[in-house]
Structure formats: C-alpha cells, structure tokens
Design a protein around this ligand. Structure first.
Ligand SMILES: O=C[C@H](O)[C@H](O)[C@H](O)COP(=O)(O)O
Length: 227
C-alpha cells in the first residue's frame, strides 16, 4: 500500500474522533490534506464544526473543502479536539514536528485542545527520535549566535533555506534543523533548547498527544496515550 494511501486511511480514522458541534484545531502538512478532505465530506453530510487553521495552506484546504473556519480571539481560546500529522512518533508518545515549519502554531493549537489526535503513515513510527532533524524555530535577529548555542548542545544545526534565502515561518521566524542523531531524552532536550535566548519553540512534542493513528498495510492502527 502506498504511503499516501496510509495517510488517507489514518486521516479517515482520525476524523471519527471529531464530535459534532465542535471547534477543531487543524494542524499542517500533507496528511492534513486528507483530513481536510474527509472533514469536508462530514460537513457536507450535516456535521457542524469550526476549524482553527495552523497555517495558510491548511486554511486554503479548509476553504477548498468547505470546512467552516474560526480564529483565536478573546472569546475563542480553546478547541475541543486537534488533528495533526507528525514527522516522527516514538514510544512514550514523544514526537518530532515542524518538517513544514508550522511547529509553533501547531503547538499552540495542541495546547489549546482538550484532545490531540495525530494521524501518520507507518514510516513515521520510530523506536527513538532523531533520524529526522529536529526543527527549532528561532528569531531572525542573532540567529547565528543562537545556532552556536544550539550546537553546544551536541548537534549539527543547519539554517533551513528556501530558494536560496532563509526559510521564514508564518510567524516571520527562521527554522534551524538540528541533527542530534539520536534523541534519548526528548523532555530534557526540549527544556535545554527552550532556555536558550533566541529559541522561540522546538518541534519536540511530549505528553500533548492523546491518540496516534498510524496507517499501515493492514489498515489504520490506533494507539491511546492513557495520561
Ligand atoms: O510543520 C509541519 C508539521 O509539523 C507536519 O505536521 C509534519 O511535518 C508532518 O507532515 P506530513 O503529514 O506532510 O508528513
């Protein structure tokens, strides 16, 4: 079965966790395309949801599939559920996210949600985080100094570029992709990184996930984080 089909299967299962009349945090990435397509179908069948998009691309897909949108405001500070993808998922529900650069907004949405559902294809399930370089969002000002500070934590940090220029997040920040090889203690690493001046957020998500759904050749498998 293709990776795309696995993502689609995981997305189809993930939308089953969205209650009617709910506010749904919408993550980013290619798996979210399928989530938006499936959610659009449910909306067409009469389901009432309002989605908070984490990126302009997700917002555009929501519009394409007629999923009503809502935005954070003084009245709207919570979501009933959030659905998102991931770059790596390890035992203990530790995850790496931010391959597309949306980590900060995704983390805000996950934090605002009562329940977080992650939909991935099988290739994202790993024994230990680290093969996928960890995205770290940093301020453009002084990014060279921040890179040096990150390097002292024992990784090979690289400024993400797009068309020759620094890649800019939706928050006008930069992303440093940090190759730590193996991340043995994700919590500890996140705490070390987030304390560095200039680091805005890390792509390490821990204890924020309730359910992981992995598309596999034999169908979608569900893993529940009983926290
Ligand atoms: O910044 C991007 C997000 O964290 C995505 O959720 C993550 O990169 C997974 O994306 P995809 O579903 O395309 O593999």
């Amino acid at each position: 079965m293709s990776r795309e089909q696995q993502k689609q299967d995981a997305a189809a299962k993930a939308v089953e966790y969205i209650p009617d009349n709910s506010i749904v945090g919408l993550g980013s990435g290619s798996t979210m395309y399928w989530v938006m397509q499936q959610l659009g179908e449910l909306v067409q069948q009469g389901m009432h949801v309002q989605g908070i998009p984490s990126s302009p691309t997700t917002e555009q897909w929501a519009k394409e599939f007629h999923v009503p949108l809502v935005y954070f405001s003084t009245e709207i500070t919570k979501a009933d559920v959030a659905i998102d993808g991931a770059d790596e998922v390890a035992p203990g529900f530790h995850m790496t996210k931010g391959g597309g650069g949306s980590l900060l907004r995704e983390k805000i949405i996950a934090d605002a949600a009562d329940k977080v559902i992650i939909a991935v294809d099988e290739s994202k399930i790993v024994q230990q985080l680290g093969s996928f370089p960890l995205p770290v969002e940093v301020t453009p000002f002084g990014w060279q100094k921040t890179v040096r500070d990150i390097q002292s934590l024992g990784c090979d940090p690289v400024l993400r570029r797009s068309h020759g220029a620094p890649f800019e997040t939706d928050n006008a920040n930069y992303v440093i992709d940090c190759d730590f090889q193996l991340i043995e203690r994700p919590d500890e690493l996140h705490n070390q990184l987030i304390q560095l001046v200039g680091v805005v957020e890390t792509g390490l998500f821990a204890d924020q996930v309730d359910i992981v759904i992995a598309g596999t050749d034999s169908g979608a498998e569900m893993f529940e984080n009983k926290r």
